[in-house]
Design a protein around this ligand. Structure first.
Ligand SMILES: [Cu+2]
Length: 128
């Protein structure tokens, strides 16, 4: 690439006109006793949460409506029920609450905060 072009692209990038590619991440949540660790995570749209340590279904992951509910609401749910781990990709921003069904009454619950995708700026047409 010619030096002028390198400077040109670098200038556009430094002006915030070129957005870096957004990479999907996976956050791992494990279990310790009757708690999820960490219980509350924050991710971006398109990221996944991988729950591990479900001990063959001894613990489960089931979405509920709020931080007091212990009733599965039809959202994400660990499958198969006897799994050791469960991964779910979040494609809609929002705050999600979940419980471990056998231990929800013991306070085994957590949240996933899903932030909207960062704004990207369209590359303007070249003026030269
Ligand atoms: Cu549990």
């Amino acid at each position: 690439m010619r030096p002028f072009l390198k400077i040109g692209w670098g200038l556009l990038g430094s002006m915030g006109l070129i957005a870096a590619p957004v990479r999907a991440d996976t956050v791992v949540v494990s279990t310790s006793g009757f708690t999820f660790v960490p219980a509350d995570v924050t991710i971006n749209v398109g990221d996944s949460v991988d729950w591990i340590g479900l001990e063959g279904g001894f613990h489960t992951v089931a979405e509920v409506d709020d931080d007091t509910s212990v009733t599965y609401n039809g959202g994400f749910h660990s499958t198969p029920i006897f799994a050791d781990s469960f991964t779910h990709m979040f494609n809609t921003p929002g705050l999600y609450y979940y419980i471990c069904e056998p231990h929800g009454d013991f306070g085994m619950r957590g949240t996933v905060m899903v932030n909207a995708a960062p704004q990207t700026t369209a590359l303007p047409r070249a003026a030269w």
